[in-house]
Design a protein around this ligand. Structure first.
Ligand code: CMC
Length: 428
């Protein structure tokens, strides 16, 4: 008869242990019962990069990397991308249900009500060097918001928590647009709540001398869908950072700043920037073969390919490829697209990539779209962060309300020196 139990025999002692299996996992603390003697600390599991460690139970995002499935709160990403808006999706992630008309109207109103930044935040941003990376500006400005909202420390008060979450969603596009305008040396455009969330972002980015910026509805929708696609992706590096920092009961602004820092890296949200740099470096379809050769020799990685959990085509990449076509009808075709398409075609037919199950990920095409929108590469991860803020906040709150959670504090396997005696510098 099958039992949901893992039987372990410790060959060191001959002892047998029965550990219950729940939801396809064992509780790691049960391993501590496995000891050679009373003084033994107990067995630990060793898992650098948390490749096989579930750090939490969650009801937010379901992801099956083998089958290429992604669902937010049960809704397939394809259906949300086709029918939802970013703010509706953010509501879904935060409150675990699709809002009715009145709820959505109120939510959109509330988020828009918090799009303005304190004038001192503006001054703070003006202090960055002219060539400051947009992600550096985002990370620091998010952290600085903590000083403007000291009540955000009341993380156990549901109303205060909700207010900060709405504020963070509202202020993200404004911080992002200010970072962009700073790089251009252009005056900042204040939020205009007559636009949609994404339309307002576009006007803050691109309005010049005209009184009213005309938002192109195709580009507005494309960007909104990109925000939806990036909104959550369960326990990735930045989300884990959000939860880890949140687990110390830090306020959500500093936690979000840490999450954004995690996203900055080229192996995570910085990958779309790296994809574009790579496509530019390749420069022409005729240079692709040589680039693939370098990838296969292990010299470089094919940016925008591969994923820790997707061992199949990233479902978001499929949707983005379609959006790219719509965007290029407005902006004209980006010549880098031809290089990307050919690179993808070759990689998908090459043994190296097939055997390692390396498929295009979300970042492979998003960068080409952002470039078509006239955005510099430094802004790419910032756009990723605008969408991901919804997921960070939902995951942060879920972590706080989870009674099984505790401050994140992993163990280590200490392999350093035993006790040594300090030697004065003159004797070394
Ligand atoms: N190009 C060439 N080889 C690769 C690539 C790649 N992009 N990705 C993985 N591999 C190889 C790797 O060399 C390794 O080979 P071997 O087994 O011979 O040592 C094998 O595939 C497994 O790689 P890994 O690094 O152990 O896999 P991982 O799950 O730790 O890494 C990854 C996942 C996303 C960091 C990695 O695939 C990568 O570096 N990709 C390029 C960067 C990128 O596009 N990142 C964006 C990820 S999607 C956006 C997001 O969610 O943040």
């Amino acid at each position: 008869m099958s039992k949901n139990v893992l039987s372990i025999t410790d060959q060191r002692t001959g002892q047998q242990y029965e550990i219950p299996i729940e939801n396809g996992a064992i509780n790691a603390m049960r391993l501590r019962e496995i000891k050679v003697d009373e003084n033994d600390f107990g067995l630990m599991s060793y898992d650098p990069g948390f490749k096989n460690t579930a750090s939490t139970k969650s009801t937010i995002t379901f992801l099956d990397g083998g089958k290429g499935i992604l669902r937010y709160r049960g809704y397939p990403i394809e259906e949300l991308a086709a029918n939802s808006t970013f703010l509706e999706t953010a509501y879904l992630l935060l409150f675990n249900k699709l809002p009715n008309e009145a709820e959505l109207k109120q939510f959109v109103h509330d988020v828009k009500h918090h799009t303005m930044l304190h004038e001192n935040t503006k001054k703070f941003m003006e202090g960055f060097r002219y060539d400051a990376h947009s992600m550096g500006m985002l990370v620091s400005t998010l952290a600085s918001l903590s000083t403007f909202y000291p009540k955000a420390k009341n993380i156990h008060d549901p109303e205060k928590r909700k207010l900060q979450m709405i504020r963070l969603l509202g202020k993200m596009p404004t911080i992002a647009a200010y970072a962009f305008r700073h790089t251009l040396g252009m005056p900042f455009n204040y939020p205009d709540n007559e636009y949609s969330y994404t339309g307002n972002f576009l006007q803050m980015m691109f309005r010049m001398t005209e009184k009213k910026y005309e938002v192109n509805p195709i580009l507005e929708r494309a960007l909104d869908v990109l925000f939806i696609l990036h909104a959550d992706h369960e326990q990735n590096c930045s989300t884990t950072t959000m939860r880890v920092v949140g687990s110390s009961n830090a306020d959500p602004y500093v936690a979000a700043a840490s999450a954004a820092a995690g996203l900055y890296g080229p192996l995570h949200g910085g990958a779309n920037e790296m994809v574009l740099r790579m496509l530019r470096e390749i420069g022409s379809v005729k240079n692709i073969a040589n680039h693939i050769k370098r990838v296969k020799s292990g010299e470089i990685r094919l940016m925008g390919f591969g994923h820790r959990v997707y061992k199949n085509y990233d479902p978001r990449a499929k949707i983005i490829k379609n959006i790219a076509d719509q965007v290029f009808e407005v902006t004209g075709r980006n010549p880098l697209l031809d290089i990307a398409l050919e690179l993808e075609r070759i990689a998908l037919n090459d043994e190296y990539f097939i055997n390692k199950k390396l498929y295009p990920n979300v970042d492979f095409y998003s960068g080409i779209i952002y470039e078509a929108l006239n955005l510099p590469v430094e802004m790419f991860p910032v756009l990723f962060a605008i969408g991901r803020m919804a997921g960070w906040l939902a995951q942060w709150e879920e972590g706080l309300l989870d009674k099984e959670q505790a401050i994140a504090r992993p163990r280590q396997l200490f392999l350093g020196d035993e006790k040594r005696t300090y030697v004065p510098i003159s004797k070394r």
